[in-house]
Every structure is written in C-alpha cells, then in structure tokens.
Design a protein around this ligand. Structure first.
Ligand SMILES: Cc1ncc(COP(=O)(O)O)c(C=O)c1O
Length: 391
C-alpha cells in the first residue's frame, strides 16, 4: 500500500504541485472523531470519498470504525480490501453499476442506501441473480433536497417495500444533512428541524413495525453536534480526516487542524501586487467556499497555510494567482507555499499520490487507490481511427 521513499527527504525535494499531509494533524483529526463517537456511544462509519486510500481507511478501522461509507463502485472494490462492512451511500441505479456493486462483497455484508422502489427492485434482482442478499437503508431527505424520500409517509412505504422484497434486508434509514453549512454557532435552528423530523419519522416507522436498527447520518460541518440528533446510530463524516478551508472558516475545526495542503512553487512575480504559483484548478479544484458568508470576491479558491489572508483569487488550469494586496509579504520566484484548499475531497481526487510529512520532513506517501472509475472494460480496444482530411 504505502511505498517507502528511497531517500527520506524534505519538502523541498518534492515536485510541485503536490498534496502533502501533516501526519501529526492527521492523527489528531482521526483520534478526535474516534473519541467523539466512542464518548457518545455512536458508531463511526467514515466516508472514504475524502481520502480514497486503503491506508487511511485501515487507520480509521484500527481506531474503532465499524465499517466504511463509499460513493462509487470503485471505492467499494478498493475498500473491500480493508473492511467487509461497507455502505454504498449512493443510489445504485443502472445495470452495470448494480451488478458491480452486488458482486463486490460476500453475501449479506453490503449495505446500500436508496430512495426509490425502482432502485430497490433493480438491486434486489441483481442480488438474487448472484444468490446474495443486500442490506438496505431507506434514504430520507431532511432538508438538503438532493436525494432521499421527501415525505415521511412515502419513506415508511418504501421501507415496507424493501422489507418484503426477497434479496433485500431492511435495516433502517439514512440521511445526509449537507444543507447545514453555516457557521457552527448558527446551526441551531437547522439542527433542531432535522432532530424534529427525525423524531417524527422514526415514530412513524415504529408504529408501522419497521423500527430502524440503523439510523445513519452526520457530516463534518455538524460533526460535533451529531449526538444531539435523536436515534442516530452511526456517523458518516468524510472531510474531518484532513479538514479544509471551508471547515475551518465555519468553525467546525481550527485552522491548525487543516492537515492537507497543496505544496506549490511561485513561478512568476512579474505583475505587481500578485504572485503566480504552479497550482491552478487542476491542483486545487474550483470549489467555492460554502456557508462562510460575506467574504464576497476575497473568497478565492484556497489560502496560504502560513498567511491565511493571502488567497488564490484567480486560476487557470495550471496557474494560481495569489493576491498580495492585503499583505506586506513578498515571495520570490522559486519560493514554496502551502495552500489550504477550499474543499479537500476534490484535491485528493486530482492526484495519484499523497505525501505524509512531519514538519518539513517527508516521511511516507500513499496512493489514492480509489481514484477514478475504473470502468469494467477491456483496454485492448483498437486505436481510434480518424478519417483522413481531404486534400
Ligand atoms: C451521503 C454522504 N454522506 C456523508 C458525507 C460526508 O460529509 P462530509 O465530507 O461533510 O463529512 C457525504 C459528503 O458528501 C455524503 O454525500
């Protein structure tokens, strides 16, 4: 999994742009979430979309996670090497996807979250075709309005449908409170609404004889309040492992908890008032800040770890422009900087490997194993044929 570096070296020896993870901050983030879930007696099933790495997942399991959450078939396949208790928190729709999903894990160990009878039926048929059963959580919409059954009565009906469908085993419900992105100190009303909706829904399920064994939810922005939600049995945070600029700005972590930065090199200072780095949108992603409110055009696409007031305000694919108007700091061509990205999950998915550092010492690296889709097709296809242009 992890490869030893031939000559352990310093940050200066890495080719940029490159994601680097501060191993002490990483350990702190992992320990803190493990301790939180243990303290509140709630299971932890981290979402692997943030790191897509077997090595990170193994560490989460070692610290007490009961299993892992995945979004893609590729993540399921890779993570089946780490845990056989996986949740696919994504509607399994489409013949190729469903077949791939049900074949990943041994009989009865996969859980899938879905929000329609069509998805349930397609999954059940695929499971029966390979002689397996799949556990199911009915996904409910508690305010994000993305996926999830909206009306409580419809959620109960879908739960009943799942419970009587051969090939499926009804386990309970799941939700993703991704609409709660405001500052931690302003989340109270939205959290209260989720709590109240959850209470009514679980009461309805109880009355219908469909008491949920599992109630799966949470996210990094609400991470430290998740225990206040009634009947939640498992937490699915993802971003917390590395954290990012958005998480810090809403107060769900401290700036010092941002473990992953993109190491970049200043490649030009020719235009006054700015410095250009070799990290553009193909290294930092192009995710706006969400939930931080009121920073307008200074939001940018990331900020320097050591100068949080210096922001990447413009990007091309391979160029990032640092706005120096609010600082006396002046970098020189060739200087290295570390950028805290707005949304860390995008950044990881843009790279093949991540380097682990302590201070400026590069200690290790690991591959982003579950990156990409890895379509189940042969790569021996003939080379594309182009029609010759007429003279
Ligand atoms: C279904 C689901 N569960 C859990 C998470 C984890 O959220 P976060 O990265 O904010 O912790 C996500 C994030 O996109 C998600 O889509």
């Amino acid at each position: 999994m992890s490869r030893a570096i031939a000559t352990p070296d310093s940050l200066i020896s890495l080719e940029t742009p490159v994601p680097v993870v501060d191993l002490d901050r990483l350990a702190h983030n992992l320990d803190r979430m493990a301790a939180y879930s243990a303290m509140h007696g709630v299971s932890l099933r981290p979402h692997v979309k943030t790191h897509k790495s077997q090595r990170m997942a193994a560490e989460q399991m070692r610290l007490g996670a009961i299993g892992l959450t995945c979004a893609t078939p590729r993540e399921l396949e890779v993570m089946s090497g780490v845990s056989n208790d996986l949740l696919l928190a994504y509607p399994p729709v489409g013949a190729m996807r469903v077949r791939r999903v049900v074949e990943t894990l041994p009989d009865g160990t996969l859980t899938v979250m879905l929000d329609s009878a069509a998805a349930a039926d397609e999954l059940a048929a695929a499971a029966r075709a390979v002689g397996r059963t799949v556990r199911v959580l009915v996904e409910v919409d508690l305010g994000m309005h993305r996926v999830g059954v909206v009306r409580a009565a419809d959620a109960v009906a879908l739960a009943a449908h799942v419970a009587r469908t051969p090939g499926l085993v009804y386990q309970g419900i799941g939700f993703y409170p991704g609409h709660i992105r405001e500052s931690v100190d302003r989340q109270g009303a939205a959290l209260a609404q989720v709590a109240s909706d959850l209470s009514s829904l679980t009461a309805l399920l109880d009355r219908a004889g469909l008491t949920p064994i599992v109630v799966s939810g949470s996210s990094t922005p609400i991470a430290w309040h998740a225990h206040e939600l009634p009947r939640v049995t498992e937490l699915r945070p993802g971003t917390y492992i590395f954290n990012d600029r958005t998480t810090a700005l809403i107060g769900a972590c401290a700036w010092e908890d941002c473990a992953l930065t993109v190491l970049a090199t200043v490649v030009s200072t020719s235009v006054a008032g700015q410095a250009v780095i070799d990290a553009g949108s193909k290294a930092l992603g192009r995710e706006p800040l969400r939930g931080t409110g009121g920073m307008a055009d200074r939001d940018g696409w990331g900020a320097l770890l050591d100068h949080p007031d210096v922001v990447v305000t413009r990007m091309s694919e391979e160029h990032g422009v640092l706005d120096l108007s609010s600082t006396a700091w002046r970098p020189a061509v060739g200087d290295r900087v570390r950028i805290v990205p707005n949304h860390v999950c995008y950044v990881v998915a843009l790279f093949d490997e991540v380097f682990g550092v302590r201070g400026t010492h590069v200690e290790t690296l690991w591959p982003v194993d579950a990156r990409g889709r890895m379509q189940q097709v042969s790569h021996d296809a003939p080379a594309p044929r182009f029609t010759p242009r007429l003279a």
